[in-house]
Design a protein around this ligand. Structure first.
Ligand code: AMP
Length: 420
């Protein structure tokens, strides 16, 4: 037999979430469901892979995500499929497929799940990472923008992360708005072309706004003096942006205007935002989002406006200041004294669980002392002790592990006695 064994290391750039961190992850998902559903968002689940063109068209052929980071592969029939690098395009695709945009508007959805990008792994950056996000599809009004931003802000605060919100508007693609601004920007970039990082020079023609996204120090320096979009917005986009800011101020969501928030994706219009958090080093963005009024049409669907955000769950877990998700203790730990109590103990545990009461028991045949230790460790409120005496009397010794008191109670009454 070969001595070789499978490598125990998860693939590069991926990670396992094991206890106790997995408790925090679960608590975060519970929080997401309660906050998003409590604001009228319904859950949605889309496939982990899509036809490649969903991202090529929906994320933008020139974006870094599409050109460099996608896991793309042919299936056996030769179709090109891609592991989703983000979920906005898939959610909009699903809305179009199911015609949800022809029903009650806006369509408000939330999701949680893994995304895949082939990036260079580092702290807070993985090749498979988790996101939660919301999408509001079918309204162009600024109240939706403010709602989405406020929900993201509230969620992050409830998760124990103190987010800083950076807000911007990138207008809409028309001569009197982003296109006109784009020309002013191109002119500026041409004048400073020699000072830009080499890899950013090509962007002047393909996607000049992206130069704001650049991580290259030379480019960043040039961008400090670049014209900013907020000074070139058309009257409608400016009014929209002013309204979003006013709404956020009214509900006490603090923000700073940051003209560098242009988002990496082509389909964004008007509102663009990012949440950053301390303590994360260079990967300090915990989430971002924006309005994508052009996305449904670029997928070949109707002209349906939308806005949403995606939050990086792994980074939230890293940034959390408290341990917002201790293990959920079981309510009752059933202690079996002697071999003859093992089967009745199993029956009792099953009965409690079936009644919706969290319960656990020993599976290693430990002695009473060891089982009582396990009961303490489990965090249970009660130990329910079953020995031959108790079994003969149809009773159980119920010990309140918090108060220390114990008494015999009829086994028929146990659910009533321990129910929290
Ligand atoms: P994006 O769709 O790029 O705006 O991503 C939204 C959020 O997802 C970011 O702010 C991060 O918190 C998170 N995120 C994006 N890429 C990664 C990654 N490779 N690893 C971990 N988190 C990520």
């Amino acid at each position: 037999m070969s001595q070789d064994r499978v490598s125990f290391r998860a693939p590069k750039g991926t990670r396992d979430v094991v206890p106790p961190e997995s408790w925090r992850l679960q608590a975060l998902y519970d929080l997401a469901r309660s906050i998003f559903a409590g604001s009228g968002y319904a859950p949605v689940e889309t496939p982990a892979f899509e036809h490649t063109e969903v991202f090529a068209r929906g994320v933008g052929e020139t974006s870094e995500v599409v050109t460099k980071q996608m896991y793309t592969f042919p299936d056996k029939a030769g179709r090109s499929l891609t592991l989703r690098p983000e979920s906005t395009a898939p959610v909009v695709r699903a809305v179009l497929e199911h015609g949800l945009h022809r029903g009650a508007l806006p369509v408000k959805l939330y999701y949680a799940g893994p995304q895949f990008r082939q990036e260079r792994p580092q702290k807070g950056r993985y090749r498979q990472f988790l996101q939660v996000g919301i999408e509001a599809i079918g309204s162009a009004r600024p109240t939706v923008d403010a709602e989405v931003v406020e929900i993201g802000h509230r969620f992050l605060r409830a998760a124990g992360v103190e987010p800083r919100l950076k807000l911007n508007s990138i207008g809409h693609p028309a001569d009197e708005c982003r296109l006109g601004y784009g020309r002013a920007l191109v002119e500026y970039l041409r004048a400073h072309e020699a000072d830009l990082a080499e890899e950013d020079r090509g962007r002047i023609d393909t996607n000049p706004l992206r130069t704001f996204d650049s991580k290259e120090p030379e480019t960043r320096k040039v961008m400090e003096g670049a014209p900013v979009i907020t000074e070139h917005l058309c009257p409608e986009c400016k009014a929209h942006f002013d309204a979003v800011q006013d709404l956020l101020s009214r509900v006490g969501v603090p923000f700073t205007i940051d003209p560098r928030i242009v988002r990496g994706l082509d389909y964004y219009t008007r509102t663009a935002f990012e949440f950053v958090a301390g303590g994360l080093g260079s990967q300090d963005a915990v989430g971002g989002g924006g309005r994508y009024d052009g996305l449904a049409r670029s997928l070949g669907g109707d002209d349906v406006p939308g806005i949403g955000f995606a939050l990086g769950v792994d980074r939230i877990l890293l940034a959390q200041s408290d341990d917002g998700g201790a293990p959920r203790p079981v309510e009752v730990y059933v202690v079996a004294v002697g071999d003859e109590a093992a089967s009745p103990a199993f029956e009792l545990v099953t009965r409690l669980r079936s009644a919706g009461i969290g319960a656990d028991l020993d599976h290693l045949g430990r002695g009473m002392k060891g089982q009582m230790k396990d009961a303490d460790r489990s965090g249970a409120h009660f130990a329910a002790i079953l020995g031959s005496d108790e079994i003969a009397a149809g009773e159980v010794t119920l010990k309140d592990l918090e108060a220390g008191a114990q008494e015999r109670v009829p086994i028929a009454e146990i659910e009533r006695r321990v129910r929290p």
